[in-house]
Structure formats: structure tokens, C-alpha cells
Write a protein that binds this ligand. Structure first.
Ligand SMILES: Cc1cc2nc3c(=O)[nH]c(=O)nc-3n(C[C@H](O)[C@H](O)[C@H](O)COP(=O)(O)OP(=O)(O)OC[C@H]3O[C@@H](n4cnc5c(N)ncnc54)[C@H](O)[C@@H]3O)c2cc1C
Length: 405
């Protein structure tokens, strides 16, 4: 039976675009349906409010897909070290990439930079069609082909629909896939700042009872911050004047980088843990935030999604090369088996950290401070943690594998 497309990806965010690039150049006919056009131009000195800590494994994916150079040309900010400490005690850990023979632990990149580079790359492939602005309205996957009702473009059919449409995925809802999860009862307040002292290409994270505060170094000398706190406190932080916010942030960071002296536009995002019970259905797969959302404290969310995209592309291209049906459940199950366990491990680890560092119980305060101090003195353990943070752990898809071990 002929379909309009082999693969239709709903959502051209960072993860959906990565999948499209990974399928680019193949003989699969691919469409991306994206509601909002990507930002492609902005004043050079302005910094986007949303940034992501991108692991070395994700950098490898972007490089393999031919998008990394465009990101570098726009702006990427490497960080070499990471300092983590507990607000309530003396526990602290210092991670230094030099200790594992690397020159950096990762990069801080504005989401709009990633989006712009991937969108540019996607539009260069003859077999990929970007339909934007366009929206999925309805979906029927019960027949031999998936039927998609679009807001503007009528009905189209596909052999496979991929939900890359974020945490409130319409694809997931249409397919009736349930999620497990809970709200963290925290919001992440984000903005960009400048401080009196240089950031030393170091990511700084202070764990406080209400949530962690992270300073992520940018190559303009400033930092992007994520301040996870209670929703009520987040509202208060948003309502402060710039001067009041600078004082509150300087205090919350214990003046590690001196006073905070400049702040940009502020925003807040609710933080939820959510995991789809299954990543696949009849002619259907979920990737990225559509499948899982995770606390941003270790900056892993989009990195997990990029691994989903790379793994799914590998499974699909392999099946297609062998003449197998790409939308068949037994093919898609390979993708689910590959990614769901790894994602769950990372989500569970983040939940553990969040609980441990959010606890006021004396025994847990002691444990975490001792744990941080002991970790700091154990190079073997620290090296393993750094390799995890760089994304060099687990069963990596070929696109994410690096040349030297
Ligand atoms: C405060 C904060 C800080 C974070 N920091 C980090 C970090 O440092 N590192 C990290 O790895 N992760 C981080 N994350 C997580 C990261 O932002 C997400 O994991 C990532 O954005 C998910 O990408 P995605 O492409 O799966 O989904 P999204 O970014 O949500 O993209 C979904 C896309 O689908 C489109 N769409 C939705 N519905 C439809 C429809 N019906 N039709 C057509 N299009 C549709 C949307 O317009 C959107 O473009 C952070 C998250 C938060 C909240």
C-alpha cells in the first residue's frame, strides 16, 4: 500500500530535527510537522533565555549529522570543570576534565542555536520536507497505514509516525499511551547574568533545600542560570525588580563568583517527571520529551532525547536496508528495548539526587555531605561520574560513538 510518506515526525524541536537529519540522505521519504518556525536570526550580542548543557556524545551526534560547525559558528560555550556543593554543610565535589584526559566536559548551547543549525541542515536534504507552520490535529494508527489529520494540509498517510512533540505530546495522547510520573513541585527559573568574577569555564551548582541553583558558563563571560525552587518562590523571584533579583541571586550563590551585576529577561518552567509506559505503538514511536521528562539538575533531558533519535534512526535504516516494514511493532520494539531502560536509569538517578539533596533529615544531610566529600577523594569514582556526564556510558548508537575510548 502506498503512503504519502515513510516517516512523519510530529515536532521539529531539537530531538525531532535530529531524527530528520539522521534519516536525511536515505531513500525514506520523511516529513516534519512543526507548529512554530525556528528562530534563525537575532542580534549577535543577545543570548537566548533557554540553553542546554550538551554532552560530548550529543556533540558527536551533531558532528556526524553535519550540524556542529554551524552551531560553533553561532555560539557554543565549552566548560572544563564542574563544582558541586551542599548549601547545608561542607560537602563539595570538583570535577575536572583534565583528570580524564579531556579538554572539556561539555558545552552550553542556546536552544535556538541548536534549532537553527538543525533546521538549516534538515532543509538541505531532498528526502526531508519541513512543513511549518503546521500542526497535527488528529491521528489514526489503527489501519495498515497511519492517517494524520493536519490543521492546514488535510489528511496524509505514513508508514510510521514519530511523536517528537514534547512533554504534552498529542501523538502520545492520540495513541492512548499512559505516563507514569509526578510533579517535582518545583519550577526552574532561567535567565542570563554577569558576575563580578570570571566563571573560569566552570559549571557551578549549589544544592539548596528548595532545589539546586546552577550557573552555566557562557563564552561572552556571563552565565546562564537555572534556579530550581518551589513554584511559589519562583513566582516571587519573577516578581522582584532587577536590583532585588541581583541581591537574591548573589546571596543564593554564596557570592562564589562575587556579586551578580547584570541580569537579562527571566522566565520559569514547571518541572515534572514523566515517563511513557511504552515508547511504541502500531506504526508509532515516541522520542525525546514526548517519551520522558527529567529534572534538569544534571542537564540530561535533551541529551537523552538525542540518543533516542539516533537509536531510532539506526533501527529504522537497518530494517529498511533489509527490506523490512519500518512501522512494524517487532522492529520498533528494538528501539524501545534499546532506550527505555537507559532512560529509566538516568531518571531514577536524578530522582534519587533530588530527594537526597532536598531532604532536611539530619541523617540524609550527613550522608550527602559525607558522600560529596568521599566522592571528591575517589578519582576512580569521579572519573566514572564524569564519563556518565559526558554521555559516554551505556549502549550508544553509532552516531554518538566517539573514535577514541
Ligand atoms: C529549565 C530547564 C532547563 C533544562 N536544561 C537542560 C540542559 O541543560 N540539558 C539538557 O539536556 N536538557 C535540559 N532541559 C530539558 C530540555 O529542554 C528538553 O529535554 C528538550 O527541550 C526536549 O526537546 P524535544 O525536542 O523532545 O521537545 P520540545 O523542545 O518540547 O519540542 C517539541 C516540538 O514539537 C512542536 N509541537 C508540539 N505539538 C505539536 C503539534 N501538535 N503539531 C506540530 N508541532 C508540535 C513544538 O512546537 C516544539 O517545537 C531543560 C529543561 C528545563 C525545563
Amino acid at each position: 500500500m502506498n503512503a504519502d510518506y515513510d516517516v512523519v515526525i510530529i515536532g521539529g524541536g531539537m530531538v525531532g530535527n535530529t531524527l530528520a537529519c539522521a534519516l536525511g540522505g536515505s531513500d525514506l521519504k520523511v516529513a516534519i510537522i512543526e507548529a512554530r518556525p525556528a528562530e534563525i536570526e537575532w542580534p549577535p550580542e543577545s543570548i537566548g533565555m533557554r540553553v542546554s548543557a550538551i554532552t560530548a556524545a550529543s556533540q558527536q551526534i551533531f558532528t556526524a549529522l553535519g550540524a556542529w560547525d554551524a552551531m560553533s559558528a553561532m555560539r557554543i560555550s565549552p566548560f572544563r570543570e564542574m563544582r558541586v556543593w551542599d548549601a547545608e554543610g561542607n560537602g563539595a565535589v570538583h570535577f575536572d576534565s583534565a583528570e580524564i584526559g579531556q579538554d572539556k566536559l561539555g558545552h552550553i548551547i542556546e536552544n535556538r542555536v541548536i534549532q537553527a543549525a538543525l533546521t538549516q541542515r534538515v532543509t538541505a536534504f531532498d528526502n526531508v520536507e519541513l512543513r511549518c507552520p503546521e500542526q497535527l490535529e488528529d491521528l489514526d494508527t489503527s489501519g495498515a497505514l497511519a492517517q494524520l489529520q493536519l490543521k492546514e494540509g488535510g489528511t496524509i498517510s505514513a508508514r510510521l509516525v514519530v511523536g517528537a512533540d514534547g512533554a504534552n505530546s498529542r501523538v502520545r495522547q492520540h495513541a492512548g499511551i499512559e505516563t507514569d510520573g509526578w510533579p517535582y513541585h518545583q519550577s526552574g527559573v532561567v535567565t542570563t547574568i554577569h558576575t563580578e568574577l570570571p566563571h573560569q569555564e566552570t559549571a557551578w551548582q549549589r544544592f539548596m533545600p528548595n532545589g539546586p541553583l546552577a550557573f552555566l558558563p557562557l563564552n561572552n563571560g556571563g552565565c546562564s542560570i537555572v534556579w530550581s525552587t518551589t513554584p511559589e518562590h519562583a513566582d516571587e523571584l519573577l516578581a522582584l525588580s532587577d536590583e532585588e533579583f541581583l541581591i537574591a541571586l548573589s546571596h543564593a550563590s554564596e557570592h562564589r563568583l562575587g556579586n551578580v551585576i547584570e541580569v537579562g529577561q527571566r522566565g520559569a518552567f514547571p518541572l515534572n517527571r514523566q515517563h511513557a509506559n511504552t515508547y511504541i505503538g502500531n506504526h508509532l514511536a515516541l522520542i525525546g520529551d514526548a517519551a520522558h521528562t527529567i529534572h534538569p539538575l544534571a542537564g540530561q533531558g535533551v541529551n537523552l532525547g538525542l540518543l533516542d533519535a539516533a537509536a531510532l534512526a539506526e533501527v529504522l535504516l537497518d530494517a529498511h536496508a533489509k527490506g523490512k516494514a519500518i512501522g512494524a511493532t517487532h522492529i520498533l520494539r528494538r528501539y524501545e528495548r534499546w532506550r527505555k531502560g537507559d532512560n529509566l536509569i538516568m531518571m531514577t538517578a536524578m530522582d534519587g539526587f533530588k530527594k537526597l539533596f532536598g531532604s532536611e533529615a539530619l541523617s540524609l544531610k550527613w550522608l550527602r555531605n559525607e558522600g560529596l566529600s568521599i566522592t571528591d577523594k575517589l578519582p576512580v569514582l569521579k572519573n566514572q561520574i564524569m564519563l556518565h556526564a559526558m554521555g559516554y556510558k551505556g549502549d550508544l548508537p553509532a552516531l554518538a560513538r566517539y573514535a577514541a575510548a
